[in-house]
Write a protein of this length. Sequence first.
Length: 270
Amino acid sequence: MSRIQARFEALKASGTKALIPYVTAGDPEPSVTVPLMHKMVEAGANIIELGVPFSDPMAEGPVIQKAMERALSHDVTLTEVLGMVKTFRQQDNDTPVLLMGYLNPIEVMGYGVFAKSAAEAGVDGVLIVDMPPEEAEALLAETNANGLDVVFLVSPTTTDERIQAISRAGGGFVYYVSLKGVTGAGNLDTNEVAQKVTNIKRFSKLPVGVGFGIKDAESASQISAVADAIVVGSALVKKIQENVGEGDKIEKAICGLLAEMREAMDNVKA
């Protein structure tokens, strides 16, 4: 059983929903990332989604694009990101870590080398935005052999047939992109999200996490009422952007927002 699966089962048993924060590795500078990961866990994060810097992040809005530019200005590579996870594991062997990124750096490293290196570093899963399940056979062979979950995306326009295919190929959880657009865009329609999550669960036994558009405690509580997890990214990365050069303020701002979300989500259970 993967760490991601074990975490979701433990949360389900306790009647709690997963809070999954996203930050870009190396933003605003490499020394900030690992301490911030630990602080986010203390603030209530259940799984950490760690972005791998890439020059052409097609799914991202301007906030995360700028985060990747800041990280790339420090020459943060996929190898360095794996090193950050390995360092994180020296103190935390329980919190699942999901890498989120794009195919090119993994192609350059090679599927086999990447999967083996990621597993050895303590990575639990990977979400590759531009890798559809139809083209993932070679990658899945390597990730499966190394015990890594591959998380695939479902959008508002995904057909039932494709949801079934994604559920068969993927692991960890299904990531529902709740908006038609890039990260940080638009406003959530909770009723529409609830309907889509219900439909996804008709075809998948995997937990369903919802991301894109979750910005505050209110939206986190609303979505956690209908999904197994909420993913928050741009709202956190914006806190980094507002406090570049001030690590303590970054931690305080991000962890303050996460704590508010955690409390709001737990109140839904009550």
